[in-house]
Structure formats: structure tokens, C-alpha cells
Design a protein around this ligand. Structure first.
Ligand code: GUN
Ligand code: ZN
Length: 430
């Protein structure tokens, strides 16, 4: 048994739905008891130390012990082109993304990118990634193998595209079905791996491909399905041209069996009322990618409206459309977009989105992103005074939120004091 002592932050409910103070548990003298790969108790540090005297203690002082961050949407093959200048979505895909993704037919290249991405994630306190791969089955193997080496819970799938992409990056309706099916059989539920059926987005799939993947999802309804939805206005106009009979963008998925509770719809910025209604009715999740939305110039996600409509909402970096590997920076960007929408998200709401909210979007609530008994021991410890600028601000803090918010707004990987994955302390390079 391991006992982690420090300040603890945990949630007993959804702070976007209820008053954050009713569902937030902060303990300035807290403890987290870990046995094997799970958390078995969270409580008062002194009491846990008295009740479990044989546990090995790690003292984190005033640092904040949180559930590990859960990134609900990213592209590990884009790690090498993060922060590429000057383009909006469609040009950005053609100029930077597709040429880089074409390199992932080389398994060794994919292995390198997968390992590098997972290590960067851990260095930033992120213990679960939900990733698109490329059209190459090897790119999926590379990612799941690298995650298994690190014992990380991940979600990923083969990205499917059979039109409007370079020759080297196109599969077919049949091969995407066959390859996804065999990858799913190889990886889904193996260790901590979860397979997500992954049509990139409607513009790069024919209706035949979308139907084939919808049929596959119907055969494996237990799997997640991830894609993109209504990210940028020119993209939406393109979809309208490609699918003249569709009622709206979501309908291009709905019509093919690609709308469901286990669907993850990235971005979801420019939604029609019907789309919001249908996403809510089926219990689907939308994934907010705020650094990407400002970086690529997509628009302002309407978090409060979608939360009030009852949608599951996850938070994500969208690396490399997103401009940071850090979920702290991502929370800061979500706060800034909220401000532009006239809403000030509370630090408790931001921390919830980065942990519990994303876990719930992935239908893994209680398992990951949760600091509580029964959850996997994926834990991130935040140094709340990681830089001189943050430390001097925290000296003036009036309460815990006043001490946490500067790290959300100004923190980076230097704020990550320690990370535990499946009950083991991660040895990090930095
Ligand atoms: N829409 C389709 N593909 C992508 C992608 O790789 N990144 C982003 N941000 N949007 C997309
Ligand atoms: Zn994306």
C-alpha cells in the first residue's frame, strides 16, 4: 500500500449541473491510499496514516493531489507539426497534417511519435489520451503498444478516409471496415486499451465508408466512435455541398448509424438546434478543444448552452491543431473562451472538465479521472507555486481556489510535481 499526503481535490458530482461547492471536496490535509493499481480510500491524511501504519508514505506538502488529466481528443501523429503557422482548417490539413500523417506507414516512425507523445502527455500530467491515428493499421499498433508499455488507459482507432485526401492517405469503404474490425479485435479491452471506430470527418469519407463504419459500430456497440463535427464554417459549407440531402452536418453521421451514446464529436462549435437536440437525446458527448479553436480560428464553443442542454462534455488538447500538450493551458483557454461568451468558469468546473468530465464523455467515469475509492490510481500532483510569477500570486491567495487558479492560467509542465499511473509512480525524463 502507498499513502500520498497533501492537499486533495475530488468531486462527488457535476459542477456544471449543480452548484460547484456542493460537489467539490477539498482537503488541505488530505490523503490518498493506493493498493496495487487502484485507489482504495481518500480522506484525512492523519486518519489514513493512523489506520494504515504499514503503508509507504509520500509527502507532497502543500501540493495538490488530483486525478490525472484525461485528454478526450487528440492526434498523436500531429505531435511533430504542433504550432504550424498561418492556416485555417482545410489549408492546415492539406499543408501540414496530411504530409506528416503520410509518414506513419513506417512502423518505426509511428513507434517514435507514439512514445514521444505519451511521454509528453505524462510530463504534462495527462494520464489518458484519446487519439486519432492515421489510416495505417501500424499506426494503431504503435500507439497501443506504447501505451501498454506505460500502463496507460488510452482510447484510439484507425483514422478512416476514402476521399478528399492524398492517394497515400486513402483507404476504401471495405478496407476501412476490415482493418478497423481486425484492429478492434486485437486491441479493444486488451489491458487498458479501448478501441474507437474513427471516421476522420464527413468530408473525407464517402457515404459508403460512413455506412460501413456505422455497420461495424452496430456489431460492436460497446466501442466508442470518434469523429469531428461542425468545427469551422468553410468546413460546414463543404459538408453541405458533399451531402446535399443531409438536414445538417450531424445528419451525415446519423444517417449512417454513426450517432450514438458512445459517440465522441470533436469541436461541435457551430451547431444547429436540431443537432443539439439529437446529441442530447442519444446521450452523445461533444469534446471541447479550446486551444485548437483559437489557434485554427474556428470559433467560440458554447459550453454553458451545451451543458444546460444536458450533453456530456469532454475537454481536450486536439494536438496538433491545438497548440499545447498541457491540460492546464487547455483549461486556461476554456476559461478565456468562456469569458468571450460572458461566462466565468470556476476553477472547480475547469478541473472537473479536465478529469471527471472527459472520463464521463469516454464512458469511463469512476474508473479514470476520479480521485475516489475504486478508481484506477492515475494521479497527478500539482505544485501550486511552480514559477516565481505563480508563487508570488499564491502568496496573496485567500482560499484554495485563489491558489489553484494561477496554476490553471499560468502553469505548464513545471507545475507537474509527480504523476502516478495504475498505482506506480512514473519516472519522468524532466
Ligand atoms: N477535422 C478533420 N481532421 C481534423 C484534424 O486533424 N484536426 C482538426 N482540428 N480538425 C479536423
Ligand atoms: Zn481533431
Amino acid at each position: 500500500q502507498q499513502l500520498l499526503l497533501g492537499q486533495t481535490l475530488a468531486f462527488s458530482g457535476d459542477p456544471l449541473d449543480r452548484d460547484w461547492s456542493d460537489v467539490t471536496r477539498h482537503n488541505s490535509n488530505g490523503g490518498v491510499l493506493v493498493q496495487d493499481d487502484r485507489i482504495i480510500a481518500v480522506g484525512n491524511g492523519d486518519v489514513l496514516q493512523r489506520d494504515y501504519p504499514q503503508a509507504t508514505v509520500t509527502h507532497y506538502g502543500d501540493a495538490l493531489i488530483s486525478a490525472g488529466f484525461v485528454d478526450a481528443h487528440m492526434h498523436y501523429p500531429q505531435t511533430g507539426i504542433i504550432a504550424s503557422w498561418g492556416k485555417q482548417l482545410i489549408d492546415w490539413l492539406n499543408t501540414y497534417t496530411f504530409p506528416e500523417e503520410a509518414r506513419f506507414g513506417d512502423k518505426a516512425y509511428a513507434d517514435g511519435a507514439a512514445g514521444r507523445t505519451l511521454d509528453l502527455a505524462l510530463a504534462h500530467g495527462t494520464t489518458t489520451l484519446t487519439s486519432f491515428c492515421t489510416i495505417h493499421p501500424q499506426s494503431v499498433d504503435a500507439f497501443f503498444e506504447a501505451a501498454a508499455l506505460r500502463n496507460m488507459a488510452v482510447v484510439a482507432g484507425k483514422t478512416c478516409m476514402d476521399r478528399n485526401a492524398p492517394d497515400a492517405l486513402r483507404d476504401t469503404a471495405q478496407s476501412s471496415y476490415d482493418d478497423s474490425k481486425s484492429l478492434l479485435a486485437r486491441w479493444h479491452g486488451k489491458g487498458r486499451a479501448n478501441y474507437a471506430i474513427t471516421p476522420r470527418f464527413s468530408p473525407t469519407s464517402t457515404p459508403e465508408q460512413l455506412h460501413a463504419l456505422g455497420a461495424l459500430w452496430a456489431e460492436y456497440p460497446d466501442c466508442l466512435m470518434q469523429t469531428h463535427l461542425s468545427e469551422q464554417l468553410p468546413e460546414i459549407a463543404w459538408v453541405r455541398g458533399l451531402f446535399p440531402d443531409a438536414r445538417d452536418y450531424l445528419d451525415t453521421y446519423e444517417e449512417c448509424g454513426l450517432l450514438g451514446a458512445k459517440g465522441l464529436y470533436g469541436h461541435a462549435i457551430h451547431l444547429e438546434p436540431r443537432e443539439i437536440e439529437r446529441l442530447q437525446e442519444v446521450g452523445a458527448a461533444v469534446i471541447h478543444c479550446p486551444t485548437s479553436n483559437t489557434f485554427i480560428g474556428s470559433g467560440l464553443f458554447d459550453l454553458m448552452r451545451l451543458a444546460q442542454a444536458g450533453l456530456r462534455i469532454g475537454l481536450a488538447t486536439d494536438t496538433g491543431g491545438g497548440s499545447s500538450f498541457s491540460m492546464l493551458r487547455t483549461m486556461a483557454a476554456a476559461y478565456e473562451i468562456g469569458q468571450l461568451r460572458g461566462v466565468a468558469l470556476h476553477p472547480a468546473q475547469l478541473m472537473w472538465l479536465a478529469t471527471e468530465g472527459s472520463a464521463r464523455a469516454l464512458h469511463m467515469e469512476g474508473q479514470i479521472g476520479h480521485l475516489g475509492a475504486g478508481a484506477m490510481a492515475d494521479i497527478t500532483i500539482l505544485d501550486l507555486e511552480s514559477t516565481p510569477a505563480i508563487a508570488q500570486r499564491v502568496n496573496n491567495a485567500n482560499d484554495v481556489w485563489d491558489a489553484v487558479f494561477p496554476t490553471i492560467m499560468m502553469g505548464d509542465d513545471r507545475a507537474i510535481k509527480d504523476v502516478w499511473v495504475a498505482g506506480r509512480r512514473v519516472q519522468r525524463a524532466n
